[in-house]
Design a binder for this molecule. Sequence first.
Ligand code: ATP
Ligand code: MG
Length: 563
Amino acid sequence: MEEKKSHFIRQIIEQDLKTGKHQTVITRFPPEPNGYLHIGHAKSMCLNFGLAKEFGGRCHLRFDDTNPEKESPEFVRSIQEDVRWLGFDWGEHLYFASDYFEQFYQYALELIKRSKAYVCHLTPEQIREYRGTLTEPGRESPYRNRSVEENLKLFIQMKNGEFAEGECVLRAKIDMASPNLNLRDPVIYRIKKVSHHRTGDKWCIYPTYDFAHCLSDAIEGITHSLCTLEFEDHRPLYDWFLDQLEDKIPCHPQQIEFARLNLTYTVLSKRKLTKLVEDKIVSGWDDPRMPTISGMRRRGFPPEAIREFCERIGIAKSDNLVDYAMLEFCVREVLNKTALRFMGVFDPLKVVITNYPEDKIEELDAVNNPEDPSAGTRKVPFGREIYIERSDFREDPPRKYFRLAPGKEVRLRYAYYIRCEKVIKDEQGRVIELHCTYDPATKGGFSPDGRKVKGTLHWVALKQAKPLEARLYDRLFQVENPGLEEKKGRSFQELLNPKSLEVVQVLAEPALFELLPGTNFQFERIGYFVVEQNEQERFVVNRTVTLKDSWAKLEAKLNQKKK
Ligand code: ATP
Ligand code: MG
């Protein structure tokens, strides 16, 4: 793995430690438990947990659970599982914003006492209308100048459930003419008669994200509060809250914004991912086509590949769209070094080796991983009848086609050289069988007389091969930037890749069937896979990523020349 690139956030932290502004680094990863984590969250985790580790500090895992309608314990559980799987550890520092509800309430009372907050009875529509626009200042609410006593009384009534939902809110008293709309008396508490997954019915008022988030950071003593760019305009509001309550909070965390990750051929907004799940376009949050951490786990992406990807994309201040191919590149890099190799035939063509003894079965030695000698070897059965891939034979081969063709010789991986002597066809003229001869002197796939062949094919022994189900996953969307297309008015449905999942039967060598679920492997010359299910009579694998197919590339080039 390459050396870490530095970036502006790391430089700020280095400086803060050098000048003594901070003695230690405390960051946090603050997901809202309203969905599963995705690759964008991985970027944030690598940054927050990564920096804390690098500087000997700590990173909290804090659930930002202030929106009870959309949150659930299932999401809390899945998030913890995914953070751990990615290789991060919050130690004892697991927190919930909901644990601070009493404290937030006290802070709100304090703001009221300082004439910095008021209960407002405007309807949500009126509040919006009074807010003004980017070009016009807002108007002050008629409830803005209520007395402290009246506000205290009303807010306590709100808390005690004496008002209906939507009847009133608590607002910060800042500046209705501010050029920053976030400062035009934002709502900080609203009534929601909804049970919370942790506090039950204890509360019927809930703080807004903006109020709760900066105060949670302050309560936990966060030194560097890292967030995505869309919160840049909220920073003055956070600073305002923290300044008003300066004598009541342990510290004033510094917020630093960075660009969120966008990835081609997918969406990373939780609203859109939720829609994919709810509309049953995918099988669930952990569908292997989802850009979620759990989807990628089922797809067979190793955690170190995801971390390496996050390292490579770096941290910057401007929004960008990262090519999905870069993530696949990182996955291949890890799997190339670690995945065991096996042979499996996806579209079988029978080959009879006519000069090979009828009943003989040989156990040949096959290399488990050419990149890792310590992975050892295994036995692969070989016999007179085998299957090769139909695409590895051409009756009328184009130039530079180095696979099997009439009269041509190729190597069977780990076995022998064979030469195609005869092509057998059915009545429709379709090739159904090849008759070949083998050279017994080429055992292991090498010729003692130095005779070279260019093509090496994978194969399985006809009698010993066993069937399995392979799920071939591809991109979920057929357009590079589905979020943008959707904005232009196109529906999700028409943007989806109709071939994002294809299920095929594969005949594979026996040793493969011993692998446990979750094990990565490579089908030689085909791609990387992971075992999804290994039960009696049912063996299912998911395709993680294809290998780069050099022949497909060459063919594409040739086709282009022809045009
Ligand atoms: P959405 O906006 O899609 O609802 P979110 O940002 O609200 O997602 P949270 O659960 O609040 O989701 O996110 C937790 C943390 O992960 C936040 O600090 C957020 O900034 C960060 N994060 C979320 N999405 C991305 C992304 N695409 N790239 C980088 N960081 C992200
Ligand atoms: Mg959020």
